[in-house]
Design a protein around this ligand. Structure first.
Ligand SMILES: NC(=O)c1ccc[n+]([C@@H]2O[C@H](COP(=O)([O-])OP(=O)(O)OC[C@H]3O[C@@H](n4cnc5c(N)ncnc54)[C@H](OP(=O)(O)O)[C@@H]3O)[C@@H](O)[C@H]2O)c1
Length: 419
């Protein structure tokens, strides 16, 4: 008898749905409360009453016993160990799994899909990306037949909150981070968020779904916001731009590129007005032009609602697409426009020398502003879009110039507007 048949046998025998909950922290506790509050609705939708078959935490719970007594396993531990072992075992044994764990899905997606196929079970992970925003369901189901060209996301609420406060209240990075920690938007160790690793894991998942290509976390270069200064935000304010940490996954002929970086956005971009701890994702394809979804990206109750939505989807039987049949490979060089900030000595010939290096590397300049005098002299330049490899080669040479007062700083600029 296959695992899938074993699963349906259990459904026939039992008038209740056994739900095993792994983790009872922020999301686990909120999910348990929500399940209790919404049990009547789940019973109406599925025809059977949900019942928590057991809870596992670091201190309590016997996973094997709970597995034996569950039809659905909800994984809310986080990280890969022991979540990976629990989830793969559950799937192989025909239990549907709902998880909010982005690291697990981004790092071990292939293994989980294989285990789900082996067990004839469903794997759902809506809450792993962008909290309560149903972006996974939209990519897997609503847009499942649409050839997607680009997915751009603000997928980390902590960094969006910090950048918003730096822009709004003129705070330094350190002050904004401290404020985010005091309000519970940033963890005591914020490195995963502010360094871009959290957003990279989420973009890995979105790219796999959007392009059906086997993107791995190692294919996703990422930068964070630790180096962003008040000067960068002042420049953005002067020109009416926003500064965001974005994840960008795009199709480039027969390659794809997935990256995370801070960048300036023009006001006509749908992600430009997204402020505070909110998340938002824009999906682009010729047939739909552009769809943007935004909402709370984290929080126990918000995430628990996405988890319960997945549990309902599992119980109503639909199986999401998670097929990877595309031959698209990951691009090593992509086109970007850059802003370049140089603190320079106030003397003749400085601009000409910088322009010469850019010219030799075929980087074309869109605008130049000279600010300050004497010890405060700065050049702020924006380049036209071109291969990043050329800009980086020019930047290396510029960094060697003897009239620089500090290392050059560059930030990407997205020129796309939807107006
Ligand atoms: N918090 C959010 O807003 C949010 C948003 C989106 C997604 N998520 C994701 O949701 C998941 C859970 O996050 P959370 O914020 O709820 O985490 P959390 O508050 O730290 O809770 C983690 C839970 O896992 C349990 N646990 C830890 N190690 C364990 C082990 N070795 N074996 C069994 N249980 C173990 C903990 O047990 P103890 O209770 O004994 O400590 C705790 O109950 C993560 O994947 C996270 O990325 C969270």
């Amino acid at each position: 008898m296959s695992a899938a048949n074993r699963g349906s046998g259990r459904e026939a025998e039992q008038p209740r749905i056994g739900i095993g909950i792994l983790g009872k922290g922020t999301v686990g506790a909120a999910f348990r409360d929500l399940l209790e509050q919404r049990a009547d609705m789940v019973e109406e939708v599925s025809g059977r009453r949900p019942e928590v078959s057991g809870v596992v935490s670091s201190q309590e719970g016997d996973f094997d016993r709970i597995l034996a007594d569950s039809e659905v396993i909800v994984e809310l531990i986080g990280g890969t160990d022991p979540a990976r072992d629990y989830v793969t075992r559950a799937l192989r044994e025909g239990r549907h799994v709902v998880t909010a764990n982005k690291q697990l899905v981004a790092q071990h997606g292939d293994e989980l899909v294989a285990a789900a196929k082996e067990g004839g079970a469903q794997l759902r992970f809506e809450a792993a990306v962008a909290g309560a925003i149903p972006v996974i369901r939209v990519l897997q189901e609503s847009l499942g037949a649409v050839p997607i060209e680009k997915v751009t996301g603000i997928v980390n609420g902590t960094t969006n909150y910090i950048l918003t406060e730096m822009a709004r209240a003129g705070l330094s990075y350190e002050e904004a981070l401290k404020q985010a920690q005091d309000l519970g938007y940033a963890e005591a160790d914020p490195s995963e968020d502010v360094g871009g690793a959290d957003a990279a894991a989420k973009m890995t998942i979105l790219a796999r779904l959007a392009f059906g290509a086997p993107v791995s976390l190692d294919d996703v270069p990422y930068e964070g916001i630790e180096e962003i200064t008040a000067d960068d935000l002042a420049y953005a304010k002067d020109l009416g731009l926003s500064l965001k940490l974005l994840g960008v996954a795009e199709r480039l002929d027969d390659e794809i590129s997935v990256r995370v970086f801070p960048c300036f956005l023009y006001p006509g971009h749908p992600l430009a007005p997204v402020e505070g701890p909110f998340n938002a994702v824009t999906v682009e394809a010729p047939v739909i032009t552009e769809i943007t979804m935004s909402g709370p990206g984290a929080g126990g109750e918000e995430t628990a609602s996405a988890v319960l939505g997945d549990v309902l989807s599992v119980l109503s039987g639909g199986s999401p697409l998670f097929e990877e049949n595309s031959r698209l490979s990951v691009a090593r060089d992509v086109n970007s426009a850059f802003y370049l900030h140089l603190e320079v000595e106030d003397r003749p010939g400085v601009l000409a020398r910088v322009a010469e290096i850019l010219g030799v590397n075929e980087v074309s300049v869109r605008s130049v502003v000279q600010r300050g005098l004497g010890d405060d002299a700065r050049l702020e330049m924006v380049m036209h879009e071109g291969p990043e490899s050329r800009f980086n080669a020019a930047l290396e040479k510029i960094a060697e110039l003897d009239f620089l007062r500090s290392p050059p700083r560059s930030i990407r600029v997205i020129e796309e507007e939807f107006v």
